[in-house]
Design a protein around this ligand. Structure first.
Ligand code: DQA
Length: 154
């Protein structure tokens, strides 16, 4: 099935606090800044973005299922659920879209419990450690992937 030129941007728990939350680790930009960055990047290539943030695991699962019907690809920062959620991993496996995992901080340079991602093995790829610029890089990467596979409507 051909998907519309639409990306889903999904952010997990505590990312609604971006800008106020541990700025030494996550920077001063807000979630609204992240959404604008992704929308502006996607727009350059004619893609629209539907954005969603939740602090609840099941709601994130539901949004991945919704993406499967409505989008051509997903940019996702699963936040702390990255390290714990088999449900999110199974949701990524269940859908037929490329998912790029983003982390603002370099999770591999932090506490050992952050080194493992449940989602990485079933994601298209992972971008970590570039601050919120990682979201822009993820948008560029996923659009290139979608276009190269002809997944989008002309
Ligand atoms: C994060 C890294 C996670 O370990 C953490 O739980 C977050 C944010 C990041 O973007 O760097 O909430 O996903």
């Amino acid at each position: 099935m051909m998907a519309a030129k639409r990306l889903f941007l999904i952010n997990g728990p505590n990312l609604n606090m971006l800008g106020k939350r541990e700025p030494g680790t996550y920077g001063n930009a807000s979630l609204a800044d992240v959404v604008k960055l992704v929308k502006d990047t996607a727009w350059e290539y004619g893609y629209e973005v539907e954005e969603f943030q939740s602090n609840h695991e099941g709601d994130l699962v539901d949004q991945l299922h919704k993406a499967d019907m409505q989008a051509a690809g997903v940019i996702m920062n699963p936040a702390a659920y990255t390290h714990t959620s088999i449900a999110l991993r199974d949701a990524v496996s269940a859908i037929s879209l490329p998912v790029v995992e983003v982390h603002i901080s370099n999770i591999h340079a932090r506490e050992p419990f952050r080194h493992q991602s449940m989602l990485a093995p079933v994601s298209q790829g992972q971008i970590v450690g570039f601050g919120i610029d990682g979201y822009r890089l993820a948008a560029l990467a996923i659009i290139k992937k979608i276009e190269s596979e002809g997944r989008h409507e002309k």
